[in-house]
Design a protein around this ligand. Structure first.
Ligand SMILES: Nc1nc2c(c(=O)[nH]1)N[C@H]1C(S)=C(S)[C@@H](COP(=O)(O)O)O[C@H]1N2
Ligand SMILES: [Mo]
Length: 306
């Protein structure tokens, strides 16, 4: 389903008053379209559970909001600079290797993957640890479908994801802003959870370069840094992999479950700014997906296991 929207309004963290007023007019105008969007979402919710069905307070962000404000350090730490720098990526052809503790390792082209698994639409909230959030209509393949196909061995306890390393296309990799290549990981239970998505597009279009073309992870109950972009390797492992952000700061943990109570050195996480909105929102435990995922963390102290 494609949610059509009128000409989007530019937004940034700080919305000038004129833009805000313009946006209010836009929101009034969009009421009819919004209703249509909800019908579509309710329909799509049939095969993905009630979790991801957005409430009327969770209108998707506009295409421009989602594609002009990005965290993608392979280009730049400047969120407004990423979109223009990412024009050179040229993400086709693109192969992904699914390897490690699996009975059937698989090197597959993204185009072939898209033919084998029909992408589904999932409207998810994305919460960055920097304190902003968006609502994004992704298209993607449940990671569990792909993992089942390669048959994890009984030793597979973690799934590691690695971004392409190519300083010729990722200019930001010429500087040591992060330890390259960007690496993330999930427990096997998190990876097999039905909400965990390998996203291949948004708003019904192929993934924009700046959002992690051609394929990126989306784990909606975790801080955005877990949702690694432009993946070339998915490797099942016995031991917990060393991932990028925990090497940089101890405030960035392995779990990274959205938690309004756990602050540590990076300041309070109790509230967030939805891009395009003026007033802050309360941050929800597990980004609002607690009913679906809390059971994964039974026995874990969420305020300590960051
Ligand atoms: N390879 C890679 N993946 C990445 C990042 C990055 O810098 N490099 N940034 C992460 C962070 S911090 C966030 S908040 C999200 C942002 O995704 P978006 O730009 O699509 O909104 O991507 C995540 N995935
Ligand atoms: Mo982030």
């Amino acid at each position: 389903m494609l949610i059509q929207r009128p000409a989007p309004i530019r937004s940034s963290e700080i919305t000038p008053e004129s833009v805000y007023l313009e946006r209010r007019r836009f929101l009034l105008h969009a009421t009819v379209l919004g209703a249509a969007g909800l019908v579509g979402s309710a329909h799509a919710a049939g095969n993905r559970g009630s979790a991801s069905m957005p409430s009327s307070a969770d209108q998707p962000n506009t295409w421009d909001e989602i594609t002009r404000y990005n965290n993608f350090y392979e280009y730049s730490p400047d969120k407004h600079a990423v979109a223009a720098l990412a024009r050179n990526l040229n993400p086709r052809p693109w192969t992904i290797s699914i390897e490690g503790e699996v009975d059937k390792p698989h090197v597959v082209d993204v185009e072939q993957l898209l033919r084998e698994y029909r992408p589904q639409q999932r409207i998810y909230r994305l919460r960055c640890i920097e304190g902003w959030s968006m609502v994004i209509p992704w298209d993607g393949i449940p990671l569990s479908d792909i993992l089942r196909h390669v048959q994890p061995t009984s030793r597979a306890r973690y799934v590691k994801f690695v971004t392409l390393q190519d300083p010729a296309r990722f200019y930001g990799q010429r500087r040591a802003t992060l330890p390259w290549p960007y690496t993330e990981a999930l427990t096997i239970a998190e990876a097999m959870h039905p909400l965990t998505l390998l996203a291949t597009g948004l708003y019904g279009k192929p993934m924009p370069n700046q959002n992690g073309a051609p394929i990126r992870l989306v784990v909606p109950w975790k801080y955005g840094y877990k949702s690694i972009k432009s993946i070339v390797t998915i490797r099942l492992e016995q031991q917990q992999p060393l991932t990028t952000w925990p090497q940089v700061s101890k405030d960035y943990g392995f779990y990274a479950n959205v938690n309004p109570r756990a602050a540590y050195g990076r300041g309070s996480q109790s509230r967030e700014t939805r891009i395009g909105e003026l007033r802050k929102r309360e941050t929800l435990l597990f980004n609002g997906y607690a009913d679906e995922v809390a059971h994964l963390y039974a026995g874990l102290d969420l305020d300590k296991a960051i």
